[in-house]
Write a protein that binds this ligand. Structure first.
Ligand code: HEC
Length: 258
C-alpha cells in the first residue's frame, strides 16, 4: 500500500472550521442572550457551506459530489465487503457519502429556517420586517429549525460512528488521520493536486469568511442581526429620577437590574 494525498488543504481547513463552528453554534444556542452570536456563527457556517457546495462541483477528485459512490450497487458492494481488509473506496465510502450529503443539506436548511425564525419571532436580521402582528406568533420555522438541529446531531453521531467502525475494520487505510494529514493508505495511486482555479476558489471563500468576521466586529449592529425595534434606555428617559432617587429606589423590575 502507498501513501496517497487525497484531502487538499482547503478541504481539511473546511473540515476543522466546520466542526469548530458547529460546536460553537450549539453552545451559543443554550442562552437567549447569546442569540446574536448564535446568528453570526450561523451565517459563518453558511459561508462554509457555500464553499463546500462549490468545492463539490469544482473541487479536487475526492471532494467532488459526482465522485461520491452513492449508487445502489456501490452500497451493496460496500456492505458485502465491509469486513474485508482491502477497501476499494479511497474517498468517502458509499455510506459515508450519504451521511456527508445529508449533513450538508440538513445544515443548509437549519440555517435558512434559523434566519427566518430570527426575523419572524425576534424581529431581527434580514427578515425582521416579517415580525408583524400577522406572523409574530408563528413558530413553525423555529420548530423546523430545532428539528433539523436534532437531525444534524443524529447525522453527526452516524459520522462519528462511521469513523470509529472504519478505524476498527480498516485500520490500515488511516482514514481518520487522513482528515488531518491529507494522506491515506491505498493500493490505488490517484493523488490529487489543486489547479490554480481551485486555489482561487478556496482563497475567495477564506477571504469572504475573514471579512465577514471583521465586518461583524466593526459594525456589530449590521443588517444581519440588527433589531427592527429601538432599544429603550430607561436611564436616559428618567434622568432626574436616576440622579435623585436611584441610589435608594429601583424603577424597574429587579430582574433587569440584577
Ligand atoms: C436615601 C435613600 C432614598 C432616596 C434618595 C429616595 N428615597 Fe424614597 N424612600 C426611601 C425609603 C427608605 C422609603 C421608605 C420609607 C418608609 O417606608 O417609611 C422611601 C419611600 C418612598 C416613597 C413611598 C413609597 C411607599 O410605598 O409608600 C416614595 C413615593 C418615594 N420614596 C419616592 C422617592 C422619590 C421620587 C425619590 C427621588 C426624588 C426618592 N424617593 C429618593 C429612601 C429614599
Amino acid at each position: 500500500m502507498k501513501r496517497i494525498y487525497i484531502w487538499s488543504l482547503p478541504t481539511r481547513v473546511f473540515h476543522i472550521l466546520f466542526a469548530l463552528f458547529i460546536l460553537l453554534v450549539f453552545i451559543s444556542s443554550e442562552e437567549d442572550r447569546w442569540l446574536a452570536y448564535h446568528a453570526i456563527i450561523g451565517y459563518a457556517i453558511l459561508i462554509l457551506l457555500m464553499f463546500r457546495f462549490s468545492w463539490g462541483v469544482f473541487g479536487p477528485k475526492y471532494s467532488k459530489f459526482k465522485e461520491f459512490p452513492m449508487g445502489k450497487k456501490n452500497v451493496k458492494e460496500f456492505l458485502n465487503n465491509i469486513f474485508e481488509d482491502k477497501q476499494k473506496y479511497i474517498g468517502h465510502n458509499p455510506l459515508a457519502s450519504y451521511v456527508m450529503i445529508s449533513i450538508l443539506i440538513v445544515c443548509f436548511f437549519a440555517i435558512i429556517t434559523g434566519v427566518l425564525a430570527y426575523g419572524i419571532q425576534e424581529g431581527k436580521g434580514i427578515f425582521a420586517y416579517l415580525n408583524s402582528s400577522l406572523f409574530k406568533e408563528m413558530e413553525i420555522f423555529e420548530e423546523i429549525h430545532e428539528f433539523l438541529s436534532t437531525l444534524f446531531l443524529v447525522l453527526l453521531a452516524a459520522h462519528i460512528g462511521g469513523v470509529i467502525s472504519d478505524r476498527i475494520l480498516h485500520k490500515k487505510h488511516e482514514t481518520l488521520n487522513s482528515i488531518v494529514t491529507g494522506y491515506k493508505m491505498s493500493e490505488k495511486e490517484e493523488a490529487i493536486r489543486l489547479n490554480i482555479f481551485q486555489k482561487f476558489i478556496a482563497f475567495i471563500f477564506l477571504a469572504l469568511l475573514v471579512s465577514f468576521f471583521i465586518f461583524n466586529i466593526m459594525k456589530p449592529d449590521n443588517v444581519l442581526i440588527a433589531s427592527s425595534y429601538k432599544a429603550i434606555d430607561y436611564e436616559k428617559q428618567n434622568e432626574l429620577f436616576v440622579s435623585e432617587c436611584a441610589s435608594c429606589h429601583t424603577l424597574y423590575p429587579s430582574k433587569f437590574i440584577a
